[in-house]
Design a protein. Structure first.
Length: 134
């Protein structure tokens, strides 16, 4: 896999079968990092907004069910993505401001992370993000 340094939609393998579909992810084959942690959000209200950046952690977001929007800001450019299929996801490199919003009623988002949880890795204030990004 080529090195990826900017946000990118990555199409994942999809094995179609009359009984249903199967999709999988392998570290360094489909995403550009070793999967160290997986967490998920669910039962979020449509008006919920989650905003933050990670100082040292790359992430990969997938919607396992439903849909949600991801707005990414690298300190100079803003892009919006809608995740609504379980066979592709969004690579979010470290030091990218990320806002999750517009959750559908049944949204289940999976987040694959390149590092274990560390509360000090998170930035929750946009002005602090910009200051650290310079």
């Amino acid at each position: 896999m080529a090195f990826i340094f900017s946000p990118e939609i990555i199409v994942l393998p999809k094995i179609a079968n009359p009984r249903g579909n199967l999709t999988f992810i392998e570290s360094f084959k489909h995403i550009p990092f070793d999967i160290v942690r997986v967490y998920w959000t669910y039962e979020l209200r449509a008006e919920t907004t989650i905003s933050r950046a990670c100082k040292n952690t790359d992430e990969f977001l997938i919607t396992a069910s439903g849909s949600f929007d991801v707005v990414l800001d690298n300190g100079g450019e803003i892009k919006r993505y809608t995740l609504n299929r379980p066979d592709y996801g969004l690579f979010v490199p470290k030091m990218t401001w990320m806002t999750l919003e517009n959750f559908s009623n049944n949204a289940l988002s999976l987040i694959l992370s390149s590092s274990p949880f560390d509360a000090d890795d998170y930035i929750y204030n946009y002005n602090e993000f910009i200051k650290n990004h310079e």
